[in-house]
Design a binder for this molecule. Sequence first.
Ligand code: SF4
Length: 429
Amino acid sequence: MKTLIEQCRDGKIPRPVRQIAAGEGVAAAAIAAAVARGTIVVPANRKRTVARLCGIGAPLRVKINANLGTSPDCEDDAAELSKLKIAVACGADTIMDLSVGKDLARTRSAVLKHSPVPVGTVPIYEAFIRAEKKYGDSAGMTPPEVLAVLEEQAEAGVDFFTIHCGVTRKNTALLRRHPRFLGMVSRGGALLARWMQRTGQENPFFSRFDDILRIARRYDIVLSLGDGMRPGSVLDSTDRPQLAELKLLGKLAAQAVRAGVQVMIEGPGHIPLHHIRRNIALQKKYCRGAPFYVLGPLVTDIAAGYDHIAAAIGSCVAGMYGADFLCFVTPAEHIRLPDEEDIKLGVIASKIAAHGADLARRNERAWEQDRRMSAARKVRDWPAQAACALDPEKFAAMRRQSRPQLDDVCTMCGKYCSMKMQGEDSERA
Ligand code: SF4
C-alpha cells in the first residue's frame, strides 16, 4: 500500500489531505504538493483512526504538542489520562506519551485508546526499560530488540516516533572534543550515548535506519528525527555538536522522503532570542524545508517555575521565522513531573505562541479570530469575549470574581472606560 507521500506524488489528493484542507482553509492541491515534497507531514498511523487529524508545515497553522507520561516514581495512568483530556480540551494538536514508568506499554495503550489527536512516542525508552528487566542492565539491549519495540508500537497505532538517529559515534566524539556547560540533556540521547560507550556499538537508530524506514513505510508513521545534541543551556546554544547533528538529520530526512516516509526534525531546547532566526534558517537549509518541531525553545535558563513563559517567548519568535510545530513547556519543567494545572498552563502558553506566530505569518483565519475579539471588546460583549478567548473558563471566572459587578464596563477603568466613552461620543456625533 502506498504511503501518503507516494499517493501525493502520484497526483492523488488522499482523504486526510482533503480533511486538513477543509479545516485550514488551504487548497488541498497545495497541501498534497507539500506532502509530496516533504514540507508538510500528517501524523496518522494506518492502524488507528485519528479523530482530529492535523497537518504540520507551512502554510498551515502552527501546531502544538503536549507531553505527558509516567515516571519511575509517579505511575498513575488515571492521572495521565486526565492530563490528556485537559491538554486536548485546551487545544493541543498532538500528544506525546513520554512514559518511563515500569508498565509504560499499559499507559501507552490507554493514551492511544483515549486520544482524539495524533500520538507520538520515544521508543528508545521502552527498549531500555525492557532490556533492564530482561538483562538487569540496559547495556544488554540489542539492535533487533530496538526494532521489535518500534514494530510493536507501530502495530499498536502510534502516529509518530522520535528517534535520536543523530547521536552517532562521530557526533558524540565531537561533543567530547567540544565540551559544554550541560553536556547532553536529551533523555533519549543520553541513554543512547551511554549504551554506545558501554557496548562500543553504533547507535541502532543510525546503523539500522533502512530497517526503521521499512517499518515507518508499512504503517505510514511520521519519523521525528530527535535532537539528542540539543543545548540544555543558553551557554551551549548553536555549538558545533548541535549543528553537526542537524546536518546529519538533514541527510537522513532526505533519505526518508526518497523512501516515501514522512519526516520532521526536532530542534533546539535552550536558545537565546538572538540565535533563533539563524537556527530556523539553518534547519530549513540543511533539511530542505522539512517541518521543524521545536522544543520550546527556552530563551533563558533562569525562569524555573515560569518556563512555560520562557518557552512561549522563544517559540513565538521561532514560529514567526518558520518553525512549524511547538512542543509545549510547563511551569514544572526542570523541577518535577507536571500536574494537571501545569499541563493547562503549558498548553495555553504554547497556544498563545502559535497564534502569535500565525498572525506574523499572515494566516487569515488567525486574523479573523483577533478581529472577532476586538469587535466584542468594542461593545463590551463579555460572553462573546469569553468565547473568543483561548481560555474561556478563565475569562468567565475572572469576570465573575470582579467586584463591583459592572455591566457595561470592567473594574479596570470603571466610568473612564475608553471603549464606552468612544461609543457614546460616536452616537452623539
Ligand atoms: S473599563 Fe477599561 S479595561 Fe475595562 S473594558 Fe473598558 S477600556 Fe477596557
